[in-house]
Structures are given as C-alpha cells and as structure tokens.
Design a protein around this ligand. Structure first.
Ligand SMILES: N[C@H](CCC[C@H](N)C(=O)O)C(=O)O
Length: 276
C-alpha cells in the first residue's frame, strides 16, 4: 500500500508523522525501524502515529516509536509536532488538545507566533517508577560507567532520563558515555542520557544521547528532565531557557507536585508517500 506521511521536526529532532485515523496502517517495531532508516527508508529520530483515542474525554491517541523500532512512553518535541499536524491536517478544530500516550494524558496547545506549549505532566522521582535500580531516593546518585563514577539525577517524564552536569557540553564525552549510560544495567528499560551545562540559574546548554535513537539535535523530555534535575539540585530556578544544538526550548516547573510546561517550535517540512 501507499502510506502517506509528513516529515516534521522540533528543533531538528525529526519525525515521520502518520495519520492512522484515515489510513489503515498497523505500526509494528519492524515497520517503524524500516521507515526510520535514513538509508533504506524515510529516515527520522522517531515516528509519531496519530490514532483515535481509546479513552473518553480525550481527542487523540499518540504512539511513539524510536528509530530502532522500540515503542516508548513520551516525546516532548513530538508532542509539539503532533498538535501542529492535527491542526494543519484539519483533524481537529481545537488549538488545545488532550492526547493519550503510553505514559498518560498530555495537553499540547498552539500559542502565538507558531510556538506550542505542552503540559508534560508531573516528573517522577521514585526509582521503581523510572525505572532505576537504587535503594536510595537521593537527588544525586553515583553511577559507575566503565569504571568512571558519574553523579547523575534519575527522573522520569513518562520516559526515563539520567542527567549529569558537565563543564562544557561541546567537550562532554557524549558519544563515548551516551551508549554506556543508555544500556546501564541499573536502568532495566534503558535510559536517555542528558549532559547539562549550567550557564546561570535561568539558562542551560544541553545535549542528550537518546534511548533508541542516539544523540539528537534536541530532546523535549530531556530538556524537561534536565531543568527538573537542576532545580532539585538547587542549581536552577524556573523558568529556564534550554539551548540545544537545534535551538531553544523554554521550560517552567514550580516544584515537586507541579507539572512541567515546555514551549518551543514545531515545523512541518514536507508531505510524502512510501510503498509499504
Ligand atoms: N528517545 C526517547 C523518546 C523520544 C524523546 C525525545 N525525542 C523528546 O523530544 O522528548 C525515549 O526512548 O524515551
């Protein structure tokens, strides 16, 4: 069959977005991996699948697959592109929608000058719910990575993140440490590895080696996790501007029981179709 898709990105974190409401397609890890391949397929960091909701009071269901085919719980840059997609394709007349994901309901909404704000929900710190193997709930925990003891903060935004502070993101060992952290045995579901440089209390620079995708130009949940970790470590104060390699995100969080609000762009690049 001919499968229609839209190529989109959020600060260079790129997506293949598929309307599975008006197309009879059942996404599988194998098909996701094929479509995500930058040589043999369309190529993307993640695939975003738009489906009808399974719950009442919700507008859509949104499934997320990494380029390696793994289906995951949450994607921040993807959530912004999702709302841009359903509005552009006239799948809704709303500009604020409720979206069902594997990790719960999120509420992205279009704001002025093309930006999108998403309520990404309340961060999770309990190790068992991240999941992170630990008998402590300390904010900073040691993690032995190939004999080097790192100081990380483990937090879930629906998906797991391990955030460390580095002096300079440009010289941080992202390519060497990233895969080792991603596959560390204390993260039984693997993990996204964040490298955060604190510029001042309201500004950070960030690189993320993503679970199932490698380093991306930006990671929305990674930006949320880094700001939450920085505030918990008393290094940051809300709101925080996060400079990623692909551009800037604005993150606000008012403390442990509050949701994290993320604001940034969402860009549609082209429509296409591919034989599957
Ligand atoms: N690689 C992530 C999913 C995509 C997250 C990222 N693209 C974002 O914008 O949050 C994971 O396996 O949890």
């Amino acid at each position: 069959m001919k499968l229609k898709f839209t190529k989109m990105h959020g600060l260079g974190n790129d997506f293949v977005v598929i309307d599975a409401i008006n197309q009879a397609i059942e996404m599988t890890p194998e098909l996701a991996k094929t479509l995500g391949d930058r040589r043999f397929g369309v190529g993307c960091d993640q695939l975003l699948i738009v489906e009808r909701p399974t719950q009442s009071g919700v507008d859509f269901r949104y499934r997320i697959f990494n380029a390696d085919g793994s289906e995951v719980e949450q994607c921040g840059n993807g959530a912004r592109c999702f709302v841009r997609f359903v509005v552009d394709k006239q799948l809704t007349a709303k500009t604020e929608i409720r979206v069902e994901t594997k990790s719960g309901i999120i509420s992205p909404r279009l704001v002025e000058d093309g930006l999108v704000t998403v309520d990404m929900g309340v961060p999770i710190f309990e190790p068992a719910r991240i999941p992170f193997v630990s008998d402590s709930d300390a904010v900073v925990q040691p993690l032995d990575v190939a004999g080097q003891m790192l100081a990380i903060t483990a937090v879930s935004m629906g998906n797991p993140h391990a955030v460390q502070v580095v002096a300079d993101v440009d010289t941080a060992p992202v390519e060497q440490q990233g895969p080792r952290i991603e596959h560390h045995p204390r993260f039984p579901a693997r993990v996204n590895a964040g490298f955060m440089q604190v510029v001042d209390q309201h500004n950070i620079r960030l690189r993320v080696f993503e679970r199932g995708a490698g380093e991306t130009l930006a990671c929305g949940t990674g930006a949320c996790a880094a700001v939450v970790a920085g505030i918990q470590r008393e290094l940051l104060q809300s709101p925080v501007r996060v400079q990623t390699r692909g551009g800037e995100l604005s993150i606000a969080w008012n403390g442990p029981c509050a949701p994290v609000l993320m604001t940034g762009p969402a860009v549609s690049v082209f429509d296409g179709e591919i034989e599957v």
